[in-house]
Design a protein around this ligand. Structure first.
Ligand SMILES: Cc1cc2nc3c(=O)[nH]c(=O)nc-3n(C[C@H](O)[C@H](O)[C@H](O)COP(=O)(O)O)c2cc1C
Length: 334
């Protein structure tokens, strides 16, 4: 059985991204980085409760995705418990509570990051505690530094731990910050000094050198935007963590040459993975929806390649797997 506490350290997690981290995406991450832990897009506990077909479909996963964590959001403890039981029944390795989403339509209903607000603190703790009592799979939380500053973070984290939270991921920005500025990891290191459960950091890892600078005393990291068009970043970080001493003398610039990103990754390494991603999208969603969703991924995979602008224009219009294959075949090996 999966457990955050016994995972090999540091734990490298593919961070949830709504609209991106569907089953095909997670399968791709696991294919290129077999030690990665992957997380679904966030799914509404209300929608699960009302058996929304779309949400139940979003929860389907392939066995190759293990260990795979279901992330859910909402505010009603009973519905969180219902979702946790279903996740356990479906074979998920863990369930994660979204307490970090700052989107207006989410926080307006006191979901997502609104759960860190003092007025919602009791509900947040009840959700964690009720879920932890209801299922055997670990219940984790992904949150931010706080609503407008990190003053309450340590107290909040301690309370989560006391209520049965098995692992805590923290994005180093406040809710009010959205994505502005740089992620501040200092309050995350401070939380780790006081908690017994695994604490994972998140925010602005776009290279192996970013990881080296940020990991500090933490148990692991969540990587989100850095994996777009570049699932290999997870594999490279894992490779680096196996023998960090080999790279100790390297400057950041040298490390970035050793572990190149995006356009610097050879196309011949990318191509089979991109094609596989298309095939999996079609297999999991059907050709029409699958290729529609692949358009944005294809645009990220070809970023920085020679002729990317023209390629992008074609790829964001693709309708069939064959069409995508034909365009991808025109890309030169260098
Ligand atoms: C398009 C997009 C969708 C996201 N959806 C989710 C989500 O469903 N659940 C969640 O906890 N975080 C979500 N996030 C936040 C990321 O998981 C992550 O916390 C944030 O992007 C910071 O990490 P990064 O700097 O590695 O991207 C999303 C981020 C992006 C860019």
């Amino acid at each position: 059985m999966f457990s955050w506490s016994t995972c090999t350290r540091p734990i490298i997690v593919q961070s949830p991204m709504a609209g991106y981290t569907d089953s095909a995406y997670k399968q791709i991450v696991r294919m290129v980085a077999p030690e990665a832990v992957v997380v679904t897009e966030f799914v509404s506990t209300d929608a699960i409760f009302y058996q929304s077909k779309k949400s139940l479909k979003m929860m389907e996963f392939d066995t190759s995705e293990h260990p795979v964590i279901l992330q859910v959001f909402g505010k009603n403890p009973e519905r969180f418990v219902h979702a946790a039981k279903l996740a356990e029944e479906m074979g998920y390795d863990g369930i994660d509570i979204n307490m970090g989403c700052p989107a207006k339509n989410v926080i307006r209903s006191d979901h997502g990051s609104a759960l860190v607000k003092i007025k919602n603190r009791c509900v947040a703790m009840q959700i964690v505690s009720d879920m932890a009592k209801a299922v055997k799979i670990p219940v984790s939380v992904k949150t931010r530094l706080g609503w407008e500053n990190a003053d309450e973070l340590l107290g909040f984290a301690r309370e989560l731990e006391k209520n049965g939270c098995a692992s805590l991921a923290i994005h180093g920005r406040t809710t009010q910050q959205g994505y502005a500025g740089e992620a501040n990891w200092d309050p995350i290191y401070e939380v780790k000094r006081h908690l017994g459960i695994p604490v994972l950091g998140n925010g602005d890892i776009f290279s192996v050198s970013d990881f080296r600078k940020k990991i500090g005393n933490l148990d692991g990291v969540f990587v989100a935007r850095g994996t777009l068009g570049d699932p290999w970043i997870i594999a490279d970080i894992i490779e680096y963590t196996r023998t960090p001493e080999l790279y100790e003398q390297m400057t950041d610039a040298e490390l970035d040459v050793r572990f190149p990103r995006l356009e610097k990754i050879p196309w011949k390494k990318k191509k089979p993975v991109v094609l596989r991603h298309c095939e999996l999208a079609v297999r999991t969603k059907g050709e029409h929806l699958g290729m529609l969703e692949m358009r944005k991924h294809l645009a990220t995979y070809i970023k920085g390649l020679p002729g990317a602008k023209d390629l992008r224009e074609k790829l964001v219009r693709v309708q069939t797997l064959e069409e995508a294959r034909g365009i991808l075949e025109t890309i030169g090996e260098d």
